[in-house]
Ligand binder design. Structure first.
Ligand code: SAJ
Length: 404
């Protein structure tokens, strides 16, 4: 391959699609991942994650010679850091992957290079990495372009949103912002909004926190309505007829690797100020616990009414409707909790988007709905909306499947 123009540090859910997009535009990308299996898969023109249209994009980019993966970086002009930022200790962001990726590219940097972080990061991370770079390479001080540009793509629609979503781009100075904007302009059709690095970092955290807070409001309403004997979905639909009200949908909790995580990045740095953001996390976590308790109560009620143990259909394991992603899934957590409390009842576990699971024995959704005495809807998958349930079923609908 020609000398790469771009080094992509991290070939995961965001790094790989972004690398493929850049490569599709006839730009040589050297992708780096610490996992040799991932590197091998990509160099064979294949992918290790599930995302529509990504397989073709990667296959073409590799075949065309514009994308090559390796376990270590090479000299280039632009370095993108797209690695995970997990938790450590009690909900504190862990930027050690960002730091490790930065240390790996540090020796390769030269005057006029562009260094961009895309990983979701606590406010101040870009400045911190700039400090790290210049402490090791003092001769480059002020001669690099350094910026932060968060991704905003929705899993399942990544290839479209990568190109068409607006982006927020914040440099550590004006020149860095301009340089980063010029870079993204080559691949992105959405508008590119200029700001500084700290605001761009906070913007990403605030976008996901805002959604978390709004979902917490809907989940709180569902708890209130359960006590008040009101159908929460009907209530929300009616309230949303107001021209300035737009309440989201309650569910069995909030999952995924972004919305249930990013708010903690704010709470851990600004604990006194972020009261609503912190409380929203608590409410959304509590909702999953509450759902599991409701199943327990329903089991006891059934036994008292019918003089026998019920069979229970658990409908859905994914973290949101119509996907096969089970990571950080509240539905999976509830299923596990319900099974921990099992007392010789029969269980049917359903997830129409996956064929098999190493822990759960899966049952086709029609069979489970037919055989279960208690039907617990955890995820509003489209298949469940087609079910015609018999009248004698005890139904716990935590995600509004029956209210569409
Ligand atoms: N959920 C509800 N009720 C709702 C909407 C969602 O309970 O009304 C639940 C879902 O079931 C799921 C969770 O929230 O468990 C999150 O799902 P989601 O579809 O809201 O978001 P994600 O996690 O798939 O993607 C989010 C997006 N952020 C925003 O919409 C602000 C996406 O644009 C980000 O790029 C992504 O996080 C990310 O990577 O940060």
């Amino acid at each position: 391959m020609n000398k790469p123009e771009v080094v992509m540090m991290g070939l995961g859910y965001i790094g790989l699609p972004t690398a493929a997009l850049i490569a599709q535009n006839n730009t040589h990308v050297h992708g780096v991942d610490i996992n040799p299996k991932v590197v091998e898969t990509i160099n064979a023109g294949k992918i290790h994650i599930i995302e529509p249209e990504l397989d073709l994009a990667v296959a073409n980019a590799v075949k065309g010679g514009f994308l090559k993966a390796a376990i270590s970086p090479k000299k280039a002009n632009t370095y993108l850091i797209v690695v995970p930022t997990p938790f450590k200790g009690k909900n504190e962001p862990d930027i050690s992957f960002v730091e490790a990726a930065t240390k790996a590219v540090l020796p390769l940097l030269k005057e006029n290079d562009l260094y961009i972080i895309e990983s979701t990061s606590p406010v101040g991370t870009t400045e911190k990495m700039m400090g790290l770079i210049y402490s090791q390479r003092p001769e480059l001080e002020g001669k690099l372009f350094i910026a932060y540009c968060p991704e905003r793509v929705l899993p399942g629609n990544v290839m479209y949103e990568l190109v068409h979503n607006d982006r927020v781009i914040g440099g550590v100075n004006q020149a860095s912002t301009e340089k980063a904007v010029a870079f993204y302009k080559r691949f992105i059709k959405g508008e590119l909004h200029k700001t500084n690095a700290r605001t761009a970092e906070m913007c990403k955290l605030v976008e996901n926190s805002s959604r978390d807070v709004q979902i917490a409001f809907a989940n709180e309403l569902s708890l209130i309505c359960d006590k008040a004997d009101i159908n929460v979905w009907e209530l929300i639909a009616l309230a949303n007829k107001h021209p300035r009200v737009n309440i989201l949908q309650p569910g069995c909790g909030v999952g995924g690797h972004c919305i249930a995580v990013d708010p903690y990045f704010i709470v851990s740095d600004y604990p006194m100020e972020s009261q609503i953001i912190g409380k929203a996390r608590e409410i959304n976590n509590y909702k999953s616990f509450w759902c599991a308790e409701k199943v327990q109560t329903a089991k006891l009620q059934f036994e008292i009414q019918h003089g026998r143990k019920p069979s229970i259909a658990i409908m859905g394991l994914a973290f949101k409707p119509n996907i096969d992603d089970l990571r950080e899934s509240p539905a999976k957590y509830i299923a596990q909790k319900v099974l921990q409390n099992a007392n010789n009842e029969e269980y049917f576990i359903v997830e129409p988007n996956i064929h098999e699971h190493k822990v759960f024995k899966l049952t086709p959704y029609q069979d489970a709905a037919e055989k279960g005495d208690i039907i617990v809807f955890l995820v509003a998958h489209k298949e469940f909306k087609t079910l015609k349930l018999k009248k004698d079923k005890m139904v716990l609908d935590f995600c509004g499947v029956l209210n569409d």
